[in-house]
Write a protein that binds this ligand. Structure first.
Ligand SMILES: Cc1cc2nc3c(=O)[nH]c(=O)nc-3n(C[C@H](O)[C@H](O)[C@H](O)COP(=O)(O)OP(=O)(O)OC[C@H]3O[C@@H](n4cnc5c(N)ncnc54)[C@H](O)[C@@H]3O)c2cc1C
Length: 285
């Protein structure tokens, strides 16, 4: 199908983009277009104005400093995959982004577009949730910061309001060891289920644990009870199995055309166990 008619603007700065987005109710940002353009072709969205973000250099940075990594919303998946800063400071992002789609899509698709789209089966929402990242959002009043745990409101729903722009994702540099596990039907497909584990271990004892589940609900889920269970314990196969059991016991997943809720609950438990064992025994990517 052909796109609906829309006006098109290509600003050079965040301020210009915000002014354009505020100028019309049905204005939409265009990032890599890997999701938005198919949606337009299917006429599932009919914006009056597309505000193309691709010339805004201030949204393409990867900056390390003050204990955080700031990643511009227009950094592509391919740039995140190639980033030596990420391998050193954000190994979970480095590992998870390998699972995002295929090379052609990674070359255009952006981290900001992925987060703004908020597909529960996408990898980047899980990564920002696991790493307690902060979304920096610009608007006509200057802007605001939203923590990842408050950013996702359900399927394809975020805290970004009409007229706003996600400009930067701020990741605190974590001292945990990380591992990411995913099951997808084929390499490059969206995840059927996925899990990330982060462990900070001192003298063989877990000081801090983070477990995040993805594609099992309408948004990424942390597993705080399993995280608490692990704290103060030495990781073993049995402990990892018990933590996975705690992480999934109250999980109300969903059936869809790809997998049943029961499948998701069972497999994500296995992924949590695998991720925990890898986080305990391997050095992060
Ligand atoms: C065949 C195929 C397979 C894929 N497989 C995967 C996969 O396995 N895992 C995965 O995670 N993704 C996958 N994707 C999606 C891909 O990662 C896209 O890059 C991503 O969903 C959207 O990013 P984009 O930059 O293309 O955003 P766009 O398509 O340009 O925009 C998406 C939405 O976000 C809004 N938006 C974009 N940027 C901003 C911003 N800075 N602030 C506010 N709103 C904004 C747009 O208005 C639009 O509503 C796949 C896509 C395709 C076509």
């Amino acid at each position: 199908m052909k796109f609906p008619a829309f006006a098109y603007a290509r600003p050079n700065t965040i301020d210009e983009a915000i002014a354009l987005l505020a100028s019309e109710d049905e204005a939409r940002p265009l990032a890599g277009g890997q999701t938005l353009l198919p949606i337009l072709a299917l006429r599932m969205s009919m914006p009056s104005l597309l505000v193309d973000l691709n010339d805004i250099e201030d949204m393409k940075h990867i900056i390390v400093g003050d204990g955080v990594v700031r990643v511009g919303a227009m950094v592509t998946h391919a740039q995140n995959l190639a980033s030596t800063e990420h391998r050193k400071y954000l190994p979970l992002l480095s590992e998870a982004v390998r699972h995002v789609a295929h090379e052609a899509i990674r070359n255009r698709g952006t981290i900001g577009g992925s987060l703004a789209h908020a597909d529960a089966a996408a990898e980047m929402p899980l990564v920002v949730t696991a790493l307690d990242a902060t979304m920096i959002i610009a608007n006509e009043d200057g802007g605001r910061r939203v923590e990842a745990k408050n950013f996702f409101g359900g399927h394809f729903t975020t805290a970004i309001e009409s007229g706003e722009l996600l400009t930067t994702i701020e990741f605190p540099i974590s001292d945990h060891h990380w591992a990411f596990e995913e099951v997808a039907r084929r390499p490059g497909d969206y995840a059927l289920v996925m899990a990330a584990a982060g462990l900070k271990v001192n003298n063989g004892i877990v000081e801090s644990a983070r477990i995040t589940l993805g594609s099992v609900a309408d948004r990424p889920l942390r597993a705080p009870e399993a995280e608490s269970y692990l704290t103060g314990k030495a990781i073993s196969g049995e402990i990892a199995v018990e933590a996975a059991q705690i992480a999934t016991q109250d999980l109300k997943s969903h059936d869809d055309i790809h997998a049943s809720a029961n499948y998701r609950r069972t497999v994500v438990g296995t992924l949590v166990k695998r991720a925990l064992m890898r986080a305990a025994t391997e050095k992060s990517a």
